[in-house]
Design a protein around this ligand. Sequence first.
Ligand code: SAH
Length: 243
Amino acid sequence: MKIYVVGIGPGGEGYITPVAREAIEKSDVVVGYTVYVDLIKNLTGDKETKTTAMKQEVERCRMALEECLKGKDVAFVCSGDAGVYGMAGIMCEVAEDYPDVDIEVIPGITAACSGGAVLGAPLIHDFAVISLSDLLTPWEMIEKRISLAAEGDFVICLYNPKSKKRVTHLDRAVELIEKHRAGDTPCGYVKNIGRDGETGVICTLKELSGNDDIDMFTTVFIGNSSTKVINGKLVTPRGYKGV
Ligand code: SAH
């Protein structure tokens, strides 16, 4: 009896790695947030599924662990990569109380990689990934990380840029980054990566501010001082000689 914590990638079935697919196929039950279990319903067929709403992460972990204790192999699915703002960490923490349960984390394609590919090659050099969600991290800490990443000239990839309640965080992030980077720095954002309605937009840093198009299904990319737009693609040169 085993729990596979499976990252299913950003969208539909095509983005699931063969290893993740195999873990789902060999599990007796699939547990996850309703939206993600729905995304892979072609794969789960008539397999038993158990879903919970958002923000019930600990309950979802316990649900998977209890299924496992009944002698079942469980695929515990989450979007993108299981270890990037995913469920792998919390599952290991909750499973501390269940030492007999074997846990295997199966990686997936995270939004930074799949979204970066839509825009071109923005993450070729050193980059920082920052979530603007202050549900679990104090906002002061998020501001500090944004400022230091901007000062360090990292390309910055922002997850959870906006939600219905958090509408001003992205504007504040842009304000902090503008202290170290020009307002016309090439940037971009990708909505609904790998899903219906996928859209990639290349814009400038200042155009990210007050942008109503960006929502919680969007990943934002902020170029560093050498990022440029080449034939419609957002590219951060790595510095190969002769190019
Ligand atoms: N574990 C996930 C991240 C979960 S946090 C991963 O590795 O990708 C949720 C945030 O991820 C969203 O607010 C958004 O910024 C980003 N994201 C996840 N899937 C996405 C998708 N299909 N399209 C655009 N952004 C996505």
